[in-house]
Design a protein around this ligand. Structure first.
Ligand code: ADP
Length: 764
């Protein structure tokens, strides 16, 4: 519903200083339950058990008992009631459950033989004092149960006969009005911001309707709310009733003002009286509706004139209200439950997709039932391993990137949700049409799923301008909180706000988080396994290289030596064919030697064995060029370079890298003499080097393949080589935490790029 409406530019009052603001807060949290006044239509006595000694009394005892409060507090209760009544009262009190005896009819003798009947209501307050409140009884008979029963059962009967899909909220107000005869009975429901909305109303025809109007939180301040939670019926029979003091003001035993939280007679706060006056209400009865220990709403009864409602009638209303409310609340729960089941089904379907498919991102986005249905969102984004996948209506990817960065600092709990993102993330104003609402979960420290909801502009009908919900008036020494005077319809347009995320939706996102976290953990496990396998194969490769360099070297040398001997010693006896075959064998041996050398060179490039040091790239390049001198001369190659920086690297490997890349540039030259240029560019946190040649170029479809070991695009007859050179380059660059790639086209020359992080060693 309208639970999370946002009030733009809504300030309590624009011109109050912070000092005044703190006053407001203290006023809003005033200890109204410690008020030491009561409404004059009844009498209140504070008693101490077990001897029922009167500790405090309202100052109107003279009117009923003919004894002043000062005198009455010197007595026990026995001084007021005759022994017969006292006996009964003492018996009931000893029973423990005071609900069973409330109200009790008591007779007080007045003027000769005249008796006045009161409803006596007992309760024990939090400090353990017994509080007796006497209200004038409207009926003389002590049959509360029957009266109560008749009232409630007639109403319940009517309820049972009412239409099946009747609006139960309306039924409540109609029945309560029928029983009590109040001019207006309303059902208020509170939203998450504690603003109340009139969802049902039954009233005198000539009165203006309040149905559908919203009332700001401040209309029922926090202390009053707390009292409504504890004491579910509040009655003010006459707004103009003069408040009566309790004597003495402080309880003589505790030394403190008496706690009247559960008192019926407790005088309303002056601010509340004023509020009723401003609303034109002479009497009120309020019944709290509580769900999950929270104030769900109120049944508020208003009467223009003073109106007394008997204890039985109040209880009947409360009972009735509760019964019908139980139905409303069950209906809400069923609706909620149905929605939860629907979301759960979607969740199960998605989990099934995830379980049977390899790519969980596709599972969440490529089917008819998808990520959006899980939270009823219009757009969603998955940010996983540096990649974005967007679905539905979302902000542009670059905006989502910034949003994810912002989330990294702001997502502290398991989920993050807001239905007014622009309020906390002002850039969202730019994409309010798709993302005024955001719900996000973190799958890991860097991976997120985000859901978006568009702005929904709403009009709210306030019962009076909420910005003027109360004002401050300066009294002699302090500020005084005054309720507003105007209740005329005040329309507000609420913008930059989406529909709120419901609990069921947030829960559903959380469930998905659990599934995805498991996938990420599984992937991390798989990666760890892969890394272990790689380490193992690296070790094996090293072993092989060792064997190749030592054990294979010897027989290979042997073959080479004997071939030489054969050639030299049997020269005269060999015919041309035999000489040619020996030539092939020598070539084979040489190739094998090169292969062994290259494998050895490859196996030696090891991340862990890299000797990082500040290396002058120009020197490394110079050495590589020196090593290539014979081929440079032979091909008349021209090697040029930009000024090169110093980097954190292994100087020998860097030299090897240049040697391989420049060597290839020379080897794979076109008809023109090779021209090779080395340049460098500084990026945000890495150096980007390039080695550009004017050679034969590479078909772009092979640009990945050439970095794989033994992969060549030409035969050895065309160009000599083992296909290990670029594989070694790749290993060197990756061991330096960089990347290597080629950009080329056939006959257009090639440019090999590689990066070296600026703070390379720190990443190890
Ligand atoms: P080798 O040079 O021993 O063949 P490399 O691993 O260095 O092995 O290169 C793999 C293949 O990539 C080469 O056989 C060649 O086809 C292609 N190649 C490498 N560098 C160049 C270049 N600068 N120009 C054109 N082709 C190249």
């Amino acid at each position: 519903m309208d639970s999370d409406l946002k009030f733009h530019n809504m300030k309590i009052t624009s011109n109050i200083t912070s000092n005044m603001t703190s006053n407001i807060i203290s006023l809003k949290e005033a200890a109204i339950h410690l008020s030491s006044k009561i409404q004059s239509y009844g009498i209140l006595l504070v008693l101490q058990e077990p001897n029922l000694q009167i500790l405090q009394a309202s100052e109107n005892t003279w009117d009923v008992f003919g004894i002043t409060a000062e005198d009455i507090i010197k007595c026990d209760l026995e001084a007021i009631f005759d022994p017969y009544q006292m006996e009964k009262i003492k018996f009931w009190l000893s029973e423990g459950n005071l609900d069973l005896i409330n109200p009790t009819k008591v007779w007080v003798k007045q003027n000769g033989d005249d008796y006045v009947v009161f409803d006596a209501v007992f309760h024990r307050n939090k400090e353990g004092f017994l509080i007796l409140e006497l209200e004038p009884a409207l009926s003389q008979d002590n049959i509360p149960f029957l009266t109560f029963y008749n009232l409630a059962s007639a109403a319940i009967h009517r309820l049972q006969n009412s239409r099946k899909n009747a609006n139960l909220s309306q039924v409540i107000v109609e029945e309560v009005r029928k029983i009590t005869g109040f001019d207006r009975v309303m059902l208020y429901k509170f939203d998450e911001n504690n603003h109340g909305c009139v969802i049902a109303e039954e009233k005198r025809e000539d009165l203006e309707s309040y149905l559908g109007l919203k009332y700001p939180e401040s209309d029922i301040p926090l202390p009053a709310r707390k009292l409504f939670l504890e004491n579910s019926i509040r009655v003010i029979p006459d707004r103009n009733n003069q408040a009566i003091n309790i004597f003495p003001k402080l309880n003589p035993v505790s030394g403190k003002a008496i706690n009247l939280t559960n008192s019926i007679l407790r005088s309303p706060a002056p601010c509340h009286i004023e509020y009723l006056q401003n609303m034109g209400v002479g009497a009120s009865l309020t019944i709290s509706l509580i769900k999950d220990k929270k104030l769900w709403g109120l049944i508020a009864c208003h009467h223009e004139k003073a109106k007394y409602v008997s204890y039985e009638m109040r209880k009947a209303c409360e009972f009735l209200g509760r019964i019908i409310f139980a139905e409303i609340s069950a209906k809400e729960e069923i609706e909620d439950y149905d929605y939860q089941v629907k979301l759960k089904n979607i969740q199960t379907t998605l989990v099934e997709y995830i379980a049977t498919e390899t790519n969980f991102i596709d599972s969440l986005t490529q089917h008819q039932s998808n990520l959006l249905d899980l939270t009823n969102a219009q757009g969603a984004a998955i940010y996983f391993n540096g990649q974005f996948t967007l679905i539905g209506q979302t902000p542009p990817e670059e905006e989502v990137i910034f949003l994810v960065e912002w989330l990294q600092n702001n997502l502290q709990d398991e989920t993050f949700s807001t239905n007014c993102l622009p309020d906390i993330y002002p850039d969202a104003i730019g994409f309010k049409n798709v993302a005024s609402g955001l719900l996000a979960i973190a799958i890991s420290q860097r991976n997120y799923v985000l859901w978006f909801r568009p702005e929904v502009v709403q009009t709210v009908n306030w019962g009076g301008n909420p910005q003027e919900a109360f004002s401050l008036e300066r009294s002699e020494r302090n500020f005084r909180l005054c309720p507003r005077k105007s209740f005329t319809l005040w329309k507000q347009t609420v913008q930059l706000t989406s529909l709120p995320w419901q609990n069921a939706e947030i829960k559903s996102a959380l469930e998905l988080k659990k599934v995805l976290v498991n996938i990420v953990l599984k992937q991390a496990d798989e990666l760890a396994e892969l890394a272990e396998k790689l380490t193992r194969s690296n070790v094996e490769l090293k072993k092989f290289a060792y064997v190749a360099s030592h054990d294979l070297q010897e027989p290979l040398n042997q073959v080479a030596n004997y071939l030489q001997l054969l050639e030299m010693d049997y020269q005269s006896q060999l015919d041309e064919d035999a000489k040619e075959f020996i030539g092939y064998a020598v070539e084979g041996v040489n190739l094998m030697q090169t292969l062994i050398d290259d494998i050895l060179a490859y196996s030696k490039v090891d991340k862990l064995a890299i000797a990082f040091q500040l290396t002058d790239v120009e020197i490394a390049l110079e050495k590589a060029v020196n090593n290539l001198q014979p081929r440079i001369k032979e091909t008349k190659a021209i090697i040029t370079h930009d000024p090169l920086p110093k980097v954190m690297a292994d100087s020998i490997q860097l030299m090897q890298l240049f040697q391989n890349l420049i060597g290839n540039g020379i080897k794979f030259h076109s008809e023109k003499p090779p021209e090779i240029h080395i340049s460098v560019e500084r990026l945000a946190d890495e150096w980007l080097f390039s080695v550009q040649d004017n050679g034969i170029g590479i078909d772009s479809k092979f640009s990945d393949r050439i970095f794989v070991i033994f992969q060549r695009l030409h035969t050895r007859n065309e160009y000599p080589g083992t296909g290990m050179g670029l594989a070694i380059c790749k290993k060197i660059v990756e061991s330096h935490h960089g990347k290597v790639w080629v950009e080329s086209q056939l006959n257009q020359g090639s440019t090999f790029y590689f990066t070296i992080p600026i703070h390379c060693s720190s990443r190890i």
